[in-house]
Design a protein around this ligand. Structure first.
Ligand code: B1M
Length: 225
């Protein structure tokens, strides 16, 4: 594919490097076999995610920026990511079997934005932490977040954005929460590649976290405070 020549390229490297290379190249069968191998070797699922899958995705993003990869390659990699996440999910969540919920959250990717991989990871980590999740999917209008939060009395509204052109939708979510009278009782969490602590502060959201694991930790802290 056009996404060829880059750092992860040759498969002689360690297992995480090979995983990064396989997802970047869209080699699903090989990817799943490597993940299996890594898990059997005792590699932590979180390390497979952050040190392999996310690294490969980021490199693909760089290739896309440099016109070495195109939308079809990103779509294929996204499909690989979904398959890989399904395998990793049971290894990422706590296995104590408790179904007791510590609170609830609605989650979605903001309006105009179709990137849902990061959002899905946050969902997995939330659920694994005992949080009941209403998943609104991607391309979610601000009103839908508010309506769902009101309807289900959600403690948390969690929004993801991957595009600099869509991140401003989060400002609207904060605004609508105020208008709906739920701002003081709802924690608004934001995240995604272009989001930062300063953007979170600027729009008046409550919590920014850089990744899914820290999002779940922060949510648990809020819900058990
Ligand atoms: Co797109 N895309 N994409 N893309 N894509 C990016 C985001 C981009 C950075 C690539 C690049 O140019 N380098 C770029 C955005 C540039 C910008 O805004 N400045 C881009 C572009 C331009 C586009 C299109 C406009 C391309 C086009 O059509 N010309 C288009 C837009 C479509 C739309 O949304 N309207 C588009 C389309 C797509 C696909 C559909 C093909 C596909 C997405 C498929 C899918 O999600 N189902 C895709 C992909 C795969 C990517 C890259 C390569 C990978 C994204 C990803 O899944 N990363 C991406 C490049 C990159 O990110 N480096 C790129 C892995 C994932 C685990 O990371 O989602 O960041 P991420 O989640 C992280 C953290 O951000 C965080 O936790 C996760 C880690 O644990 N996190 C949260 C996420 N949400 C959180 C919420 C929280 C807390 C943490 O609290 C609530």
């Amino acid at each position: 594919t056009a996404a060829a020549e880059t750092k992860t390229e040759e498969a002689g490297g360690d297992i995480l490097t090979r995983i990064a290379s396989a997802i970047k190249r869209g080699q699903q069968k090989k990817l799943l076999a490597l993940i299996d191998e890594a898990l059997n070797d005792g590699v932590d699922a979180q390390d497979i995610l952050s040190g392999g899958l996310v690294v490969g995705m980021n490199e693909l993003g760089e290739d896309f920026s440099a016109n070495r990869a195109f939308v079809p390659e990103m779509l294929i990699a996204a499909r690989c990511m979904a398959a890989a996440t399904a395998v990793l999910k049971p290894h990422m969540v706590s296995e104590d079997g408790s179904s007791r919920s510590i609170g609830s959250a609605c989650i979605g990717t903001v309006l105009g934005d179709l990137h849902d991989i990061g959002k899905n990871l946050v969902k997995i980590m939330f659920e694994g932490s005992g949080i009941e999740v209403y998943d609104l999917g991607a391309d979610v209008p601000p009103e839908k977040f508010i309506q769902t939060a009101k309807e289900h009395n959600c403690d948390i509204i969690a929004c993801s954005s991957l595009l600099t052109t869509t991140m401003q939708e989060m400002r609207q979510i904060v605004e609508l929460a105020k208008q709906a009278g739920i701002r003081d009782t709802t924690t608004i969490m934001v995240g995604g590649a272009p989001i930062s602590q300063s953007f979170c502060d600027e729009i008046g959201a409550d919590i920014y976290t850089p990744d899914a694991a820290s999002a779940a930790r922060a949510a648990v802290k809020v819900l058990t405070a």
